[in-house]
Design a protein around this ligand. Structure first.
Ligand code: IVH
Length: 676
């Protein structure tokens, strides 16, 4: 009897030994680009491992090299809550902007200079990779920065992503971040094959990579030849990480991650400029797409000190390459009514290729911009595209004028409902003030159903529902019935039921999503998330004054005013009440909280702390298990008041909430073992 067990034991050891060898050779081949075995020798190792696993299926581990392509189709991607949000980057488009960023950061940090790490900005798809005890356990897309899609099985198929980290030196838990991309040759091959089969082509390698990573069948992902550059350490738990980003990248490379060999370190923006100019010339010759350089301050202690604005860290910036341009004829200027009533002029162009894409229309921003650039109908114009951004008209080629060009005036009335347009003080944009303007409602409705992710209720059906009067605004969809829907031409009971089910499910979207869907002027998706994370409920936002909203990190006065005006408007209030009656959720779901000595307590911050940015204070108390952020309510345990506290202080006093000054706050942290 014991003989059988010995056999299993022996097989287990051999399998482990083979896995470790294969992992090492994968690393040499895919990460180091320096294979040490012939293909035949490598195949032999794999064959032996497969044979053992076929014999003893109980010995198969999820991180076994044999599992990289085996996975069965995924039903649907689960949602992953990022433990720390995946941030985005502010942009610099010229050297002045880079210098301005550098000056602001040095001043704010009280430093006379910084060392900076300069990396290629890879145009791919950001991912988070989580490791536990050195084993790969989870891969997720960036998503909205807070929540992404679980793509673990697909990430396993990317051979340069280590399944097992090398050496015993990694923290028990860690997350790294990087960019998944499709190498240009693989992209060409993929598209050639698709063209042969008459399938639609991918517009660029980035879309191809995104499409491949989100394949429900990991075998398809595996066939797509994706690769990764790892560029950032996310969070760690237990263990130590190096104090500089430069050392961190070297350490990550030691652990087996594929880091980009083009990364350099400089101590002066002038040198970065020189390096950047070389890249502008050579970037097309690389096997991956690069849309700029990322500049990061090397010393990580500055990261906490500098904090971030909105979702953009102050300690890093994307120095973008100049966009791709072309010239063509502007045939006509037309107006599009936006979801907030903005009258958006756009150009109808003679179709032209810009960076591999045919452009027929381009935005003109606003009348002021048209006037400033003196863009006329029938002008020859320069059109540009930068990344995914909507094509823009840069300006006219004045030397090509013939005299037939026509100056443009924005119509005095909304082209859709003929209401007289208004231009708010200090804004370049004209608006249609009629909240029942059909064009506005239509745009808002499609925006709403799109953002609330109501499948089946696309532009067409939204238009039909409005035209037939079944709904007067997007919120009315929550009151639609099966009987009403099946009356519509080409709407069968099955489709109607599906749409109603999707509408019902959208009631549970997060507050951030709902806020964005409301279409408040100047509140895009990111700002909406920031507000939702801070205030937690729609009612808290609705009663907050402009001053309180402005206190939220990353929210400027223009946004604060706009949010405040929105909730003061009686017609908008009606919309909110209708949403409430419809049973739509007004809360931001709680992020997974850690258990700790401060569990159950809730902290709110106001004013400026000398020892740290407020965001760090919030993070520290969260790490100790408390809730942080939001506004002062009866549930608030402490208000931490730094210098120049805002209106929250009065509110806390009127609620009888305990107020901690900075010293008391630091003492409290110290009591729990946190030295600042
Ligand atoms: S750092 C705060 N480094 O650019 C750190 N990002 O606009 C944020 N990206 O979502 C990311 N190459 O997808 C960083 N070397 C690099 C990058 C990089 C590409 C992407 C990434 C991110 C976006 C930010």
């Amino acid at each position: 009897m014991s003989c059988g067990i010995d056999h299993v034991q022996e097989a287990k050891l051999s399998a482990e030994e083979l896995r470790s060898q294969i992992n090492y050779h994968d690393y040499l081949y895919y990460v180091r680009d320096a294979p040490a075995l012939s293909d035949a020798e490598y195949d032999e190792l794999m064959r032996r491992l497969r044979a053992i696993e076929a014999h003893y299926p109980e010995l198969i581990t999820p991180d076994s090299p044999t599992q990289r392509v085996a996975g069965a189709p995924i039903e649907a991607f689960g949602v992953v809550q990022h433990r720390e949000p995946l941030l985005s980057l502010a942009n610099a488009f010229n050297f002045q902007q880079l210098q301005a960023w550098y000056r602001r950061a040095t001043t704010m940090a009280g430093a006379d200079h910084f060392d900076m790490v300069v990396e290629p900005k890879i145009d791919g798809l950001a991912v988070s990779l989580v490791y536990e005890d050195g084993r790969f356990v989870q891969g997720a897309t960036r998503g909205d920065g807070y929540r992404g899609e679980n793509i673990t099985e697909n990430v396993r198929t990317i051979r340069s992503v280590p399944m097992q980290l090398r050496g015993g030196l990694c923290p028990p838990q860690m997350e790294v971040r990087g960019e998944i991309y499709m190498p240009k040759p693989a992209f060409e091959r993929l598209n050639n094959g698709r063209a042969d089969r008459g399938e639609p082509l991918f517009a660029n390698p980035r879309n191809a990579a995104a499409g491949s990573v989100r394949q429900l069948d990991p075998r398809v992902t595996a066939s797509r030849k994706l690769d990764i550059w790892v560029y950032q350490l996310g969070w760690t738990e237990g263990g130590q990480a190096p104090a500089t980003h430069w050392e961190t990248l070297h350490w990550l490379r030691e652990l087996g991650f594929r880091t980009n060999p083009e990364i350099r370190r400089f101590d002066d923006p002038g040198r970065i400029e020189h390096h950047y100019r070389q890249w502008v010339e050579r970037r097309h010759g690389l096997e991956y797409e690069v849309d700029g350089m990322v500049v990061k301050i090397d010393q990580k202690h500055y990261w906490d000190e500098l904090g971030f604005v909105g979702r953009e860290p102050r300690w890093a910036i994307a120095y973008k390459f100049p966009p791709i341009q072309a010239t063509t004829t502007l045939k006509k200027i037309e107006i599009n009514v936006g979801r907030t009533g903005s009258l958006n002029p756009f150009a109808i162009l003679e179709p032209v290729q810009v960076g591999g894409v045919v452009v027929k229309q381009a935005t003109l921003h606003n009348e002021h911009d048209i006037r400033r650039k003196d863009i006329r109908e029938r002008d020859t114009v320069i059109v540009q595209r930068a990344g995914d951004v909507i094509p823009q008209v840069v300006g006219p080629v004045v030397s090509r004028r013939t005299g037939k060009e026509k100056r443009y005036r924005l119509p005095k009335r909304c082209p859709a409902c003929k209401t007289e347009a208004v231009r708010p003080e200090g804004e370049a944009m004209a608006y249609c003030p009629n909240v029942s303007c059909p064009a506005q409602i239509y745009r808002w409705t499609t925006h709403f159903t799109g953002v609330m992710d109501i499948e089946g209720l696309g532009e067409q059906w939204a238009g039909i529902l409005l035209e037939t009067g079944l709904i007067k605004d997007p919120v009315d969809i929550y009151f639609l019935t099966q009987e009403q829907l099946v009356e519509l031409p080409r709407m069968g009971p099955v489709l109607a039921e599906k749409i109603l089910k999707n509408i019902a499910a959208s009631r549970e979207r997060s507050l951030g999503t709902l806020l964005f869907a409301l279409g408040i002027r100047h509140v895009g998706g990111e700002v909406a998330q920031v507000l939702a994370e801070h205030f937690r409920t729609l009612d808290a936002i609705a009663v907050a004054g402009a001053e309180e909203i402005r206190e939220v990190e990353g929210i400027g006065p223009r946004i604060a005013e706009s949010v405040c005006a929105y909730f003061r408007d009686p017609q908008k209030r009606e919309i909110i009440e209708k949403l409430r009656r419809a049973g739509v959720r007004f809360q931001q779901p709680e992020r997974k909280r850690r258990e700790g000595p401060l569990s159950g307590q809730s902290f709110v911050f106001t004013g400026t702390l000398a020892a740290m940015p407020r965001s760090r204070g919030e993070r520290l108390v969260q790490d100790l298990g408390a809730e942080a952020g939001g506004s002062v309510t009866r549930k608030t345990t402490y208000l931490v008041a730094g210098a120049d506290p805002g209106s929250k202080l009065q509110k806390a006093q009127s609620h009888g909430t305990a107020v901690l000054d900075e010293d008391a706050f630091l003492r409290l942290l110290r009591e729990h073992g946190v030295e600042v």
